[in-house]
Design a protein around this ligand. Structure first.
Ligand code: TEU
Length: 560
């Protein structure tokens, strides 16, 4: 297998709005990130992925960009950015920018021009269609609820917005629009940034027929995803991006791709394909989905998770590469979701870290994950800020008859705001995040869960992550070893091996809050096993297959 630095790297995602506020306006900023670089260096991460820092009216917290070449006023200035980039490089780390080019803000100058008249030269930078019998051009639903089309009086046509109505979709069929994007990307790369995380990049190519999608029972709108996910020209566009821009630099690239399968991912990431390094797939995050999408929050079994992750491990084993993540700014906190955020918070957070970081792929850590930060339960809906949460509340409670109680339960489990409460730095007011009033409430558990406390406790989740990262740097097998699942049907233990030449790792993770017995499979020689990492005190080696795994216990053995 080819060896490259981005396979060996660990990426840390910063959501700047919630990371660290330097000036007391309640909103995290670039100077705040600068203040915490020592912390990130201590943790040992190689790459910092910055969620969007560009100028934006913040309808979707920066994922609605109004100017790609300037910095969001609340986050600082371009010279703050240049200083940050320099400081990151001086510490031997890299910066990966978020690239949001499926859509812009409706406040982008391109859109202002585009909407001004049908014969404006930028009209076709966006997707405009006449109405059909006085209604929307088709029945597609927006990912943030309601129709995906918005009527615009000025020219008596509708524009497409797969996300909020303030996020009009760009028309990638238009060659000049593509040129604009490439020159913007080069502009950032020439500044010295080290890569891109590409937002919903498999949505760029829309099926030009704009056919209606299927309407599921009880739904008002249709599902347009078969017509915009992995659309007809997507590989052509990505290859063009690669040839025109990416191939000239030494970068790390990851494409965010809802609805992607391992077979498709192989096409996006295969070595000879000239597209991307890796993708963010969603299958493991979509567990528990139902008729109301993630809000259904249905039960699922550990074997489902193992089946999905194993399919991805095997699917990209020969060609292509996996990204590994439990968390990001769109997902609830993993310790609350797949672990136990009460009695076994520390044990389960460590177990989840081992389970993910020992897989084959490039691991991503989301801010606060290394502290075991948990979901939040705000009492009232008006304490939530996320547009997806608020729009879904509006629709499900006000139009679909959900009780407020039922909806709040779903929000506690799945809202994106679970990940967006401020990072808990210490036990002072507002968890040390801001001297002012934070833009979203701080989780009330900050006196217990915070970075300062974790730093001073050698047994903390923070130090455990640090150790995991160090192990990755020391043992090639963690990066390159072949994956094999053990006991696929066991509903309590997620166990697998990794193999590189003569070397083997055995990874055992108990996902439940009670003991789990197991027996070491024949053919695995545990006689001279050494424990690389575990989250309980070590057992004598003779006992490794005799003693059951304790609640949420994980152990990684190196076998010869
Ligand atoms: O997310 C894409 C996406 O599909 C998510 O909206 C996802 O479906 C949802 O969050 C699950 O709850 C990206 C960004 O990561 C997200 O923050 C943006 O809101 C979105 O694109 C639009 O840019």
């Amino acid at each position: 297998m080819d060896k490259t630095w981005w396979k060996e790297a660990v990426v840390y995602q910063v959501y700047p709005r919630s990371f660290m506020d330097s000036d007391g306006d309640g909103i995290g900023d670039l100077k705040g990130i600068l203040m915490r670089l020592d912390y990130l260096q201590e943790l040992g991460v190689d790459v910092i992925w910055l969620s969007p820092v560009y100028q934006s009216p913040n309808d979707d917290n920066g994922y609605d960009i109004s100017d790609y070449r300037s910095i969001m006023t609340e986050f600082g200035t371009m010279s703050d950015f240049d200083r940050l980039l320099k400081a990151v490089h001086e510490r031997g780390m890299k910066i990966m920018m978020d690239l949001v080019v499926n859509h812009t803000s409706d406040e982008h100058s391109w859109f202002k021009e585009s909407r001004s008249s049908k014969d404006n030269p930028k009209r076709d930078y966006y997707i405009w269609r006449p109405g059909k019998n006085g209604k929307e051009p088709n029945n597609w639903e927006s990912i943030f609820k309601g129709s995906a089309w918005k009527y615009d009086e000025a020219t008596d046509e509708y524009y497409l917005h797969l996300f909020s109505k303030k996020q009009p979709d760009l028309n990638w069929e238009h060659p000049e629009l593509r040129e604009e994007i490439y020159s913007m990307m080069k502009w950032w790369l020439d500044k010295g940034v080290d890569g891109f995380r590409m937002d919903v990049i498999n949505f760029l190519s829309k099926d030009q027929r704009y056919l209606d999608g299927d309407v599921r029972y009880g739904k008002q709108h249709g599902d347009g995803s078969p017509f915009f996910m992995n659309g007809p020209r997507i590989h052509e566009f990505l290859q063009e991006i690669n040839q025109r821009v990416l191939s000239g630099y030494n970068l790390i690239t990851v494409g965010e791709m809802p609805g992607v399968s391992p077979d498709e991912a192989q096409l996006f990431t295969g070595k000879e394909r000239g597209e991307l390094h890796m993708v963010f797939q969603f299958e493991h995050m979509d567990l528990g989905g139902g008729p109301e999408g993630k809000w259904s929050n249905k039960k699922w079994e550990l074997s489902d998770l193992k089946r999905i992750l194993s399919k991805w491990q095997i699917g990209l084993e020969e060609d292509g590469w996996n990204s590994l993540y439990w968390n990001n700014h769109d997902q609830p906190r993993i310790v609350s979701r797949f672990g136990d955020d009460g009695k076994y918070r520390v044990e389960s957070a460590k177990m989840l870290a081992v389970c993910l970081h020992m897989l084959q792929g490039t691991p991503y850590i989301y801010q606060g994950e290394e502290l075991g930060m948990t979901n939040v339960c705000f009492e009232r809906i008006d304490e939530y800020r996320d547009i997806e949460t608020l729009n879904s509340y509006e629709e499900l409670v006000n139009s679909c008859g959900w009780t407020e109680e039922r909806m709040l339960e779903a929000i506690y489990a799945r809202s994106r705001d679970n990940a967006r409460t401020p990072v808990q730095w210490n036990d002072s007011r507002n968890a040390g995040f801001t001297a002012g009033t934070p833009w979203i409430g701080v989780n009330s558990n900050y006196p217990e869960i915070n970075a300062e406390k974790a730093y001073n406790d050698p047994n903390s989740i923070f130090h455990f992550y640090k150790k995991l990262i160090q192990l990755r740097k020391k043992h090639e097998i963690i990066v390159y070893g072949r994956y094999e699942l053990l006991w696929p049907d066991d509903e309590q233990i997620f166990a697998y091996t990794r193999t590189l030449d003569e070397e083997k790792l055995l990874v055992l993770c108990n996902f439940k809050d009670y003991e789990a017995s197991y027996s070491i499979p024949e053919g695995l020689n545990t006689m001279s096993a050494t424990l690389l990492i575990g989250n309980y005190e070590q057992l004598p080696i003779e006992e490794i297959s005799v003693k059951p795994l304790r609640p949420f216990e994980c152990r990684v053995y190196q076998l010869k």
